[in-house]
Write a protein that binds this ligand. Structure first.
Ligand code: ZN
Length: 257
């Protein structure tokens, strides 16, 4: 489904939502205007749809794939998810037999949740807007919910780690999102995220034809610098931020101060 015009913008980014700098027109996509900040380089959609509108959009977007049984069967295990689960376990030593807690935002059908479920010292919770994907995850015995993270009303300092794979480029309000992640993480807890990168050579080469352009699906376009700045100004210490991958992604590992 493609949106040909902005429907009922909930708010407009007059200036850069990360540093407050002045933006200049950078790109147009399906009726959406995209600006680039002259100070920090962050690229952002100006008119942002409402949360309810985006929930409906994502519910429609991802349902077709995940109700297909063959698709699900292929997507229940992944090497990247196995590696990530072991990496976060290594970073988060057990504390006297206490169960460690992971939150995955955008868990889809639960490929990463499944990796943590196999670990005796973790409990993993997932949220996602895609009802069919979450239903599939629940049928596998995973703790998944059709929700955004704010609506779950988790207690403060609940989680040892929060993961968001290909999520931040979609969120309706970045400030609300990162404030909630900071609130639900324990002090010293880790936030790990992957998203499209404007620091990668691929978008620089592709220009306007880059495949990741796409409000209302992709609202935000980070560079290594703007992503680091965003997390550091929201109470995190950035441990690693890199776009040196074969795909045009940036990965960031940050720790709650
Ligand atoms: Zn900026």
């Amino acid at each position: 489904m493609k949106t040909k015009q902005v429907i009922g913008a909930a708010y407009t980014n007059v200036n850069c939502p990360i540093c407050g700098g002045e933006g200049r027109h950078f790109h147009s996509h399906d009726g959406y205007e995209i600006d680039r900040c002259g100070d920090c380089g962050f690229i952002y959609t100006k008119e942002i749809p409402s949360t309810d509108w985006l929930k409906q959009y994502y519910s429609n977007q991802y349902s077709a794939n995940v109700t297909d049984g063959a698709y699900n069967a292929k997507k229940t295990w992944g090497l990247k998810h196995w590696l990530l689960a072991n990496f976060l376990s290594f970073l988060t030593p057990s504390r006297g037999g206490q169960t460690k807690k992971l939150l995955e935002i955008g868990c889809s059908q639960g490929v990463l949740l499944r990796q943590f479920k196999a670990k005796k010292d973790w409990h993993a919770v997932g949220v996602d807007y895609g009802g069919a994907a979450v239903n599939f995850a629940c049928q596998q015995g995973l703790d998944a919910h059709v929700s955004d993270v704010e609506s779950m009303h988790f207690e403060p300092a609940t989680f040892d780690a929060v993961v968001a794979l290909h999520v931040m480029e979609h969120v309706q309000n970045l400030d609300v999102f990162i404030t909630e992640i900071h609130r639900v993480l324990k002090q010293g807890g880790y936030f790990f995220a992957v998203m499209p990168s404007m620091s990668h050579y691929k978008p620089k080469l592709a220009g306007a034809s880059w495949k990741y352009w796409g409000p209302p699906g992709h609202l935000w376009y980070f560079t290594n610098h703007s992503l680091t700045l965003f997390l550091e100004s929201n109470g995190f210490e950035v441990k690693h931020c890199s776009s040196l991958y074969h795909r045009a992604h940036v990965r960031i590992l940050a720790r709650k101060k």
